[in-house]
Design a protein around this ligand. Sequence first.
Ligand code: ZN
Length: 165
Amino acid sequence: MAILEIKKYPDEVLKKKAETISEINGDLQKLIDNMIETMYNANGIGLAAPQVGVLKRLIVVDTSPREQNQSLIVLINPEITDSDGEILSEEGCLSLPGFTTRLKRKERVIVKGLDRNGKEIEIEATGLLARALQHEIDHLDGILLIDKISPLKRELFRKKFKTKK
Ligand code: ZN
């Protein structure tokens, strides 16, 4: 396994739409293992393939306390099939270091996809897991947190980001 480089804003790859995965092969398994290791290494609760520069519809999520690693989810071609409620909460992103914002998300989602063996799975999630799944699936469509905030806040973010560098 290897730790991959996490692409940071404003890397162009983060704005692109990822492709549906049609074949689950050894290369994909390797990518999955590397993404899991990269997510844990960065203390993240989720990672999408475009964040490591791969435009494929693949996410890994683990919202359990770090020492447990009990609720690892690997999802290939994930899709939100149902959702309800709304909840406002603080959110950050490994591709936007140092930035957090309060953002409205669906409170409950049902997500369908394939596990790493190609078996169809359906996950019903609430709370932090629901938020993480929505966040990572957004990445597959080239959508970042900063695309979801008001234009004024986005401008402030861009300025802050520039002066930091
Ligand atoms: Zn993110």
